[in-house]
Design a protein around this ligand. Structure first.
Ligand code: ZN
Length: 171
């Protein structure tokens, strides 16, 4: 309550919606992902919307800041584990759904647990799925520009993620 009289800086802290432009490169300098030319990406800081290493690297930043953040695999998408890609017959996937490498989806393991798996590759008979994120084991190099910081709505806080850049998107 009350007016904030100057000195009120919006910085990246837990519970804030942060709106950023970002470019992600791998160790070879190849661009893996970027918001360039598109809308900036909103996320709720401290809620695990983005990889933990990037959250740590952005904490305390202010609107207008540009930051280079290097994220280890351990604080990124983890280290590869398990047997690697396994084939699943194509006919176990719904028809008319485009299946592309890198796509993630929820699957049920033999023990009934729900897990996220990723498509490693697709061939004529099989979709090869892997419990490892495609970027598991990679060191990630982010360049981020903070373009906005705002308070979340009650809905956004309850859901643990932003509803669009201005908080008005429904889903
Ligand atoms: Zn929501």
């Amino acid at each position: 309550m009350g007016a904030s009289l100057g000195g009120h800086m919006s910085t990246v802290t837990d519970g804030k919606v942060v709106i950023m432009h970002y470019t992600l490169k791998n160790v070879a300098g190849e661009v893996l992902d970027s918001s360039d030319g598109g809308e900036p990406l909103p996320y709720l800081h401290g809620a695990g919307n983005i990889v933990v290493g990037l959250e740590k690297g952005l904490a305390g930043s202010a609107v207008g800041d540009t930051k280079d953040v290097e994220v280890s695999p351990e604080e990124g998408y983890g280290l590869p584990e398990g047997p690697g890609p396994q084939p699943v017959p194509r006919d176990q996937f719904p028809e008319g759904v485009e299946l592309l490498p890198g796509m993630g989806f929820q699957a049920q393991a033999d023990n009934g647990q729900t897990m996220v798996v990723y498509i490693a590759k697709v061939d004529e008979t099989s979709v090869w799925v892997d419990g490892n994120h495609p970027l598991a084991g990679e060191t990630l190099f982010f360049t981020v520009e903070i373009v906005g910081v705002r308070d979340p709505s009650e809905d956004e806080l309850a859901h643990g993620h932003p509803h669009g850049i201005d908080g008005t998107e429904s889903h």
